[in-house]
Structures are given as C-alpha cells and as structure tokens.
Design a protein around this ligand. Structure first.
Ligand code: SF4
Ligand code: SF4
Length: 77
C-alpha cells in the first residue's frame, strides 16, 4: 500500500487479482499507475494521485482499492 500525504489517499493493488489488462493505467488521468515487468499494475507516482477513483471503478477484477485518508485534517481554532 502506498500513501499520498498531499491528496490524503492510499492505493492498494491486489497483485493476485490483477491480470495486467492495463485499463487502470489507461484511465488514470495523472499517470500514477504503470504495468511492471510482471504485467501487474504498480503505483509509481502516488504523489500525483487525485483520488478520482477511476482506476478502482474501471478495474474489471476489482484489484484496486482507493482509500481516502483523514490523517492530514487540520482543526481550525
Ligand atoms: S485494471 Fe485491474 S486488472 Fe487491469 S491492470 Fe489495472 S489493476 Fe490490473
Ligand atoms: S484514483 Fe485516479 S488519479 Fe489516483 S491512481 Fe486512480 S485513476 Fe489515477
């Protein structure tokens, strides 16, 4: 799992479920994902992820999970 402190998002890819179709790579508007040498989707630019959820929604094998975190929430006094 990789975490992006800026967009407060975590990406989790199940390598057993991923079949390397590349749909998530093609749909990601920020080029966050790439297929690695084993033809598995891999997070390469987590810092650019905008948590648009497209990869999770488009993956036919439900291998990607996008989780918005709340670790950076600021409280206004
Ligand atoms: S869309 Fe799903 S199955 Fe296809 S490469 Fe991405 S994670 Fe793997
Ligand atoms: S949530 Fe959006 S920006 Fe982030 S990896 Fe998925 S498709 Fe790319």
């Amino acid at each position: 799992m990789q975490m992006n402190k800026t967009a407060e998002v975590e990406l989790s890819i199940d390598k057993d479920w991923c079949k390397g179709c590349g749909i998530c790579v093609a749909f990601c508007p920020k080029q966050v994902l790439e297929l690695n040498h084993k033809d598995k989707s891999e997070v390469v630019r987590i810092e650019d992820c905008i948590a648009c959820m497209l990869c999770e929604l488009r993956c036919p094998d439900l291998a990607i999970q996008v989780t918005k975190t709340q670790t950076q929430v600021e409280t206004v006094k």
